[in-house]
Design a binder for this molecule. Structure first.
Ligand code: AMP
Length: 281
């Protein structure tokens, strides 16, 4: 496994692989890897000849006051996990290499980034699309795998790739969960034992809404309030948002007459967790 920490070296490696006619698969991450990340890498591996994983805690996607400084990092442990999966190269650049002195170029996707996390985390998606666009120019992948856990992010990346005619195939991977239903996340490490228990309410809220859909409920407000009631059982849970939106456009919807995504964000203690489920009528 090659460990690459400069933009120039990564581009040289990507060029060489492309000259050899090899298909490059890419999984961008912020590190502190868990099984969810590893599943994305296995998926990339099954579809490509060489897999590159980036580890970069991207400062531009954190709003002031968010957890950029304390975001968990453990590069040694990450390297072990990456080796165990059989990744070909890890790209772990320094912030100064990605955002050199004088940096002033950003990529902005409009409508789809406005609601949900876009409304709650100003500048977040501008940071995400900028760094992903830049990573695509560095890693030069034929395909890239993103998790459906960050549902709005996945739609935003798809939109960016379509709008800017980026020649990268975007593959969405289902949410990987702990056996009890908790969506895996690097931020789960922030949870105390009691909070970890209450964090389960997110997936339980989604399950409750999905049971109601199976029982015939189609009113968005009813589905959302059922999910909220489950979340409100947690004394340490503070809802950031709970919304049902069109699964393709993220427009508001009153009735589940087409696929909708029930998107949840909640603070459990200090950790801000997200989860979602696509509900189908
Ligand atoms: P992150 O390191 O949190 O930026 O995540 C890197 C990639 O892994 C993103 O595409 C995430 O959507 C994806 N990811 C993180 N957690 C999960 C999970 N539990 N299931 C599926 N994908 C995930």
């Amino acid at each position: 496994m090659r460990v690459i920490d400069t933009v120039a070296e990564m581009q040289q490696q990507a060029n060489q692989w492309r000259r050899e006619g090899l298909v490059i698969g890419f999984v961008p991450t912020m590190g502190y890897l868990h099984q969810g990340h590893l599943e994305l890498m296995r998926c990339a591996k099954s579809k490509s000849d060489r897999v590159v994983v980036s580890i970069f805690v991207n400062p531009t996607q954190f709003a002031p006051g968010e957890d950029f400084e304390r975001y968990p990092r453990d590069l040694e442990r990450d390297m072990e996990l990456l080796r165990s999966v059989g990744v070909d190269a890890v790209f772990a650049p320094a912030v100064a290499d990605m955002y050199p002195e004088g940096y002033q170029t950003y990529v902005e996707v409009e409508e789809v980034t406005r609601p949900l996390c876009g409304a709650k985390r100003p500048g977040h998606f501008r940071g995400v699309t900028t760094v992903v666009a830049k990573l695509f120019h560095i890693v030069k992948p034929h395909l890239a795998v993103f998790g459906e856990k960050d549902y709005q992010q996945l739609l935003t990346i798809r939109r960016m790739v379509r709008d800017l005619a980026m020649d990268v195939d975007i593959i969405g991977h289902p949410i990987v969960r702990e056996p009890d239903g908790l969506a895996m996340s690097s931020r789960n490490v922030y949870l105390s034992e009691g909070e970890r228990h209450e964090a389960l309410l997110l997936s339980q809220a989604l399950a409750e809404a999905s049971r109601l859909v199976d029982a015939g409920e189609r009113t968005a407000a009813a589905l959302v309030s059922a999910a909220q009631r489950v979340l409100e059982r947690g004394s340490r849970v503070r809802i950031d948002y709970a919304e049902l939106r069109d699964a393709e456009t993220l427009q508001e919807m009153d009735t589940l007459d087409r696929p909708g995504v029930l998107a949840l964000a909640a603070y459990v203690g200090k950790a801000r967790l997200i989860d979602n489920a696509v509900l189908r009528p």
